[in-house]
Design a protein around this ligand. Structure first.
Ligand SMILES: Nc1ncnc2c1ncn2[C@@H]1O[C@H](COP(=O)(O)OP(=O)(O)OP(=O)(O)O)[C@@H](O)[C@H]1O
Ligand SMILES: [Mg+2]
Length: 504
C-alpha cells in the first residue's frame, strides 16, 4: 500500500484563522477599552480633578493593561491556530480521498485512523471519509474489471479468423480486427483513417449496414468480395447486427462479422459436380442396358434369337463398366475416409509384374510394347495401392496411345524420393489440361475416353493414393512427344529388422 500523500487545506484554514482572529482581536480590544474607560472614569470621579500623579498612574495602568491584553491576544491566537489545525486536518484528509477518486490507476490507500481524523468518536467527517474511501475502492475494482474485460474481448476479437467491422451511424468505423485489416486494408491505406465506402465497393454490403442502422434489426447476406489476399474474389457470409445503447436501446452503430466461405463454396461446387457426373456416368450404361434388354425381350417373345448373343455381350460390357465405375467410386471414398494404408518394404519388380499380368490381355490386344527398369529395388508403401497406381497409369497408356507403340516403366531413386515413371510415346497431353487432369471425371476428350471405357476417375485415384503416401504425382508432356507420369514416394524405410540369430 502506498503512503497517502497528506494534504492540508491551507486556504480554508487561513480564512478560518483570520476571521476568528479578527473576532478575537475586536473582543479583546473592546474588553480592554471598556476596562480602561471604567477605571479612568472611577479614578477621575473619586480624585475630583486629574492631578499629574494620577495622570501618570493611569498612564502606567494603561501600559499594564495593554501588555496584559496583548499577551491574552497572543495566547488566543495560539489557541485559535491549534483549533484551526484540529478542525481543518480532517478536511485535508477528505480532500486527499477526493483526489484519489480521480486516480483509478493507483492502488487504494489505507484507511485513515480515527486518530488521524482527529475525532474522539466516529463522527460525520469520519463517516464521510469512510464513504469516500469505499467509493474509491469500488471504483478501482470496477475499473480493473472493465480493463480486464476489454483486454479479453480485444484478444478474442484479434484471434478470430473472421473479419469484424463496427461502424457508427455515419458509417465511420468504430473498430475492426486484424483479420479485417488483412482482408480489406490495402498497404496503401495503412495509417490513414478507414472509410466504409473506400473499403468495400460492394453495394450489397453498404446497403446491408445501412439497413441495419435504419431498421435496428439484424441482417445476413452472402456475397463475393475483392480482398487483398487473393486475385480472385472470395465469398463471404456476413452477419450484421445493430449496436444499441444501454439506456434507451437506440441504435448507435452496427457490427458485421465476415466469415470466409470460399473453401466451403468450392467444396460444395465440387460435391454438386461430383454427384452430377457420377449420376451421368451411371445413367449412360444403364440406358444402354435397358435398351438392349427390352429389344432382347421383344425378340425372345417373337422367338428370334439371332442377335441375342451380341446383345448379351453389349449388356455384359456395360455391366462391367458400371461395376468398374462403382469400384472406382468406392476406392475414392475409402481413400477420402481416412482408412489407413498397409505400408511395408515391397519389391518394385514384384508389384509392377503383378499389375502388368492383369493388363496383359489389353496390352496384347493393342500390341503395345512394355519395357521395365528397376533402378530402385524396393519402396516403402502399400502394395495393393501401388499396384493400383501402376495399373491405372499403364492402362491409360495402353488405351490412349496408338496401337503398337512403346511404354516405359522405371523405378528410380532420386534424392529423398523413390520415383515411379510411366512414359509413353503417344500423342501427349496439351498443357492446358495439366492442372485439371487429376480432378474427378476430368477427361481430355470425353467422347474418346468413354469409347475407350474410361470415366475419368483413374488419375484422381492415383493422386489420392500418392497423397496418402505423403508423396505426389506430376505429369510431363508436350503434345506429340508422349506423356510421362511421375509418382514420387518418400524414401523412408521401415526400422531395420534385426535378425536375433546373428546377435549371438
Ligand atoms: N497416357 C496418356 N496419353 C494421353 N492421354 C491420356 C493419358 N493418360 C490419361 N490421358 C487422358 O487423361 C484423361 C483422364 O484419365 P483418367 O485415367 O483419369 O480417366 P479415364 O482413363 O478416362 O477413366 P478411368 O481411368 O476412370 O477408367 C483420360 O480421359 C485421357 O483423356
Ligand atoms: Mg484411366
Amino acid at each position: 500500500m502506498s503512503e497517502p500523500q497528506r494534504v492540508f487545506p491551507w486556504k480554508v484554514a487561513r480564512q478560518f484563522f483570520l476571521i476568528h482572529l479578527g473576532f478575537a482581536m475586536v473582543a479583546v480590544a473592546l474588553t480592554g477599552y471598556a476596562l480602561r474607560s471604567w477605571v479612568h472614569v472611577n479614578f477621575t470621579q473619586s480624585a475630583g480633578e486629574l492631578g499629574t500623579e494620577l495622570a501618570q498612574t493611569l498612564a502606567r495602568f494603561d501600559g499594564f493593561l495593554l501588555s496584559i491584553f496583548a499577551t491574552l491576544f497572543f495566547f488566543a491566537a495560539l489557541v485559535l491556530a491549534l483549533t484551526t489545525r484540529y478542525y481543518a486536518r480532517p478536511l485535508g484528509l477528505l480532500l486527499e480521498r477526493a483526489r484519489e477518486l480521480r486516480r483509478l490507476d493507483r492502488p487504494v490507500s489505507e484507511e485513515f485512523t480515527e486518530d488521524e481524523m482527529a475525532t474522539e468518536e466516529p463522527g460525520e467527517w469520519f463517516h464521510l471519509e469512510r464513504a469516500l474511501g469505499q467509493l474509491h475502492r469500488d471504483l478501482v475494482l470496477k475499473s480493473d474489471e472493465l480493463k480486464r474485460e476489454r483486454e479479453e474481448l480485444s484478444t478474442l476479437i484479434g484471434a478470430m479468423s473472421d473479419a469484424i467491422l463496427a461502424v457508427d451511424r455515419n458509417g465511420e468505423p468504430l473498430f475492426y480486427n486484424s483479420q479485417f485489416a488483412l482482408f480489406f486494408r490495402s498497404p496503401k491505406g495503412a495509417g490513414k483513417p478507414l472509410r466504409l465506402t473506400d473499403t468495400f465497393r460492394v453495394p450489397e454490403v453498404l446497403a446491408g449496414y445501412r439497413e441495419v442502422l435504419d431498421s435496428g434489426a439484424s441482417k445476413s447476406l452472402t456475397t463475393p468480395m475483392r480482398t487483398t489476399v487473393s486475385e480472385v474474389p472470395r465469398h463471404f457470409s456476413i452477419s450484421i447486427a445493430p449496436l444499441r445503447t444501454r439506456d434507451d436501446r437506440s441504435t448507435y452503430g452496427a457490427v458485421g462479422i465476415f466469415h470466409d466461405i470460399t473453401e466451403l463454396k468450392q467444396t460444395e461446387q465440387i460435391r454438386i459436380e461430383f454427384v452430377g457426373n457420377a449420376s451421368h456416368e451411371l445413367r449412360t450404361p444403364l440406358t444402354t442396358i435397358k435398351g438392349y434388354v427390352s429389344t432382347l425381350r421383344d425378340d425372345l417373345k417373337e422367338g428370334r434369337t439371332d442377335g441375342a448373343s451380341q446383345f448379351v455381350d453389349i449388356i455384359a460390357r456395360n455391366v462391367d463398366r458400371m461395376i468398374a465405375l462403382v469400384n472406382d467410386l468406392l476406392d475414392l471414398s475409402a481413400l477420402d475416409s481416412g482408412a489407413e494404408l498397409a505400408k511395408s518394404e515391397i519389391s518394385t519388380q514384384e508389384v509392377t509384374e503383378t499389375a502388368l499380368r492383369s493388363l496383359e490381355s489389353k496390352r496384347s490386344a493393342r500390341r503395345q510394347e512394355i519395357h521395365t527398369r528397376y533402378g530402385a529395388p524396393t519402396v516403402f508403401a502399400d502394395p495393393r495401392r501401388v499396384e493400383q497406381v501402376v495399373v491405372n497409369l499403364v492402362h491409360n497408356a495402353i488405351k490412349y496411345i496408338p496401337e503398337g507403340r512403346r511404354i516405359d516403366i522405371a523405378w528410380e531413386k532420386r534424392g529423398e524420393f523413390i520415383e515411379l515413371r510411366v512414359k509413353d510415346n503417344g500423342p501427349g497431353i496439351p498443357i492446358e489440361h495439366h492442372t485439371r487432369l487429376f480432378e474427378r471425371f476430368y477427361r481430355v476428350d470425353a467422347g474418346r475416353s468413354r469409347d475407350a471405357g474410361g470415366t475419368g476417375l483413374g488419375l484422381s485415384i492415383v493422386k489420392h493414393i500418392m497423397l496418402k503416401h505423403g508423396g505426389s504425382v506430376r505429369l510431363e508432356s508436350k503434345p506429340g512427344a508422349g506423356a510421362e507420369f511421375i509418382c514420387s514416394f518418400k524414401a523412408t524405410c521401415a526400422a531395420p529388422v534385426v535378425d536375433a540369430s546373428r546377435l549371438a
